[in-house]
Design a protein around this ligand. Structure first.
Ligand SMILES: Nc1nc2c(ncn2[C@@H]2O[C@H](COP(=O)(O)OP(=O)(O)OP(=O)(O)O)[C@@H](O)[C@H]2O)c(=O)[nH]1
Ligand SMILES: [Mg+2]
Length: 308
């Protein structure tokens, strides 16, 4: 089955289905995600606030517009995680943009205790304010807080829970799709957290977003393959005159073509097959590993939209 184009306005949108073997490769929406969406919709009623975790390196593309309707009924705090891997200049621009949107948000590195404390106190303040607004006469401060954590795969939801719990309460791994079932984590008498499986939007706004999310490891390599995100990254870094790209792979110049750069990396790292041919599959893997560790520099994909 071909990937469907929905309508004229979404000409560059790709539909994800559980089993579409689409040529674009943006077809990762395994069965557990459809179930996860249903369960999020059910459980959202039980919590005081939703923490939506995004990747600071793609602040909009790592959101999920199809969850907006569900979230409208709840308070939401957007946490843009892994800011330590993102370009600080771009983060500054994104912060300005988010401020204008008027919704609470925080860019953070969840391994930083201070940021996690701030996130939790922001969540408490939002819930308190809402309780006060809805019952101004009978309002009494209540300590108990129930949080649901949602977001795209591998954005750090379970890690955030473990940071808040101060223990390994839920399993984390650097691969998308680690959490497959919901799990309540009781932190103390005042705080319950609901961990949920990462969910992809069933429709990506732009084909390029698939490459970004794949580079960020929100879409697994088995679904997208390594070649497209890896060559995209080289192109992207080359265009931005990345000194990290040049230094990491000891390139004499960034004027080289992508193919030439791939070959240089192959030679440098000994990714060579019989008869001296470059083993490009290994090179692609290596580029993705280096990028995801931050060894190719602090990067953001996309720029804040220009609001009318
Ligand atoms: N550098 C950095 N890495 C992070 C941060 N937060 C999480 N990670 C890493 O991101 C990876 C994924 O973390 P998880 O907590 O398992 O992600 P998840 O969102 O629960 O993923 P799913 O369960 O697959 O949806 C792990 O390797 C974490 O160590 C962060 O703030 N900075
Ligand atoms: Mg998880």
């Amino acid at each position: 089955m071909k990937n469907k184009i929905k309508n004229k306005n979404q000409a560059d949108a790709i539909e994800l289905t559980p089993d579409t073997p689409g040529r674009s490769g943006f077809n990762w929406f395994p069965g557990h995600m459809a179930r996860a969406v249903r369960e999020i919709k059910e459980k959202v009623k039980l919590v005081d606030i939703v923490l939506e975790i995004r990747d600071a390196r793609a602040p909009l593309a790592s959101g999920n517009k199809t969850m907006e309707e569900t979230l409208r009924q709840k308070s939401r705090l957007i946490l843009l995680n892994k800011v330590n891997l993102a370009d600080p200049k771009m983060i500054h621009l994104w912060e300005e943009w988010f401020k204008k949107q008027g919704e609470p948000f925080l860019f953070l590195d969840c391994f930083d205790k201070g940021s996690m404390k701030k996130a939790l106190s922001m969540a408490r303040a939002i819930v308190d304010q809402k309780r006060r607004d809805s019952n101004p006469d009978t309002y009494e401060p209540k300590a108990k807080l129930k949080l649901m954590i949602i977001g795209l795969p591998n954005t750090g939801k379970s890690t955030i829970i473990n940071q808040l719990a101060n223990r390994n309460a839920t399993k984390v791994a650097d691969r998308p799709g680690q959490t497959q079932v919901q799990q309540w984590i009781v932190i103390d008498k005042d705080l319950d957290l609901l961990d949920t499986p990462g969910v992809m939007p069933p429709l990506l706004a732009k084909e390029e977003h698939g490459l970004w999310l794949s580079a960020l490891n929100a879409i697994p390599d088995e679904a997208m393959g390594e070649e497209r995100p890896a060559t995209f990254l080289i192109e992207y870094l080359k265009e931005r005159n990345s000194k990290e790209l040049k230094e990491r792979y000891k390139l004499e110049s960034l004027e080289l073509s992508v193919e030439e750069i791939l070959e240089k990396i192959a030679t440098l790292r000994g990714c060579v097959r019989q008869k001296g041919l470059p083993d490009l599959e290994r090179v692609y893997k290596l580029i993705l590993i280096d990028f995801r560790k931050g060894d190719l520099g602090k990067i953001c994909f996309g720029v804040p939209p220009v609001d009318n």
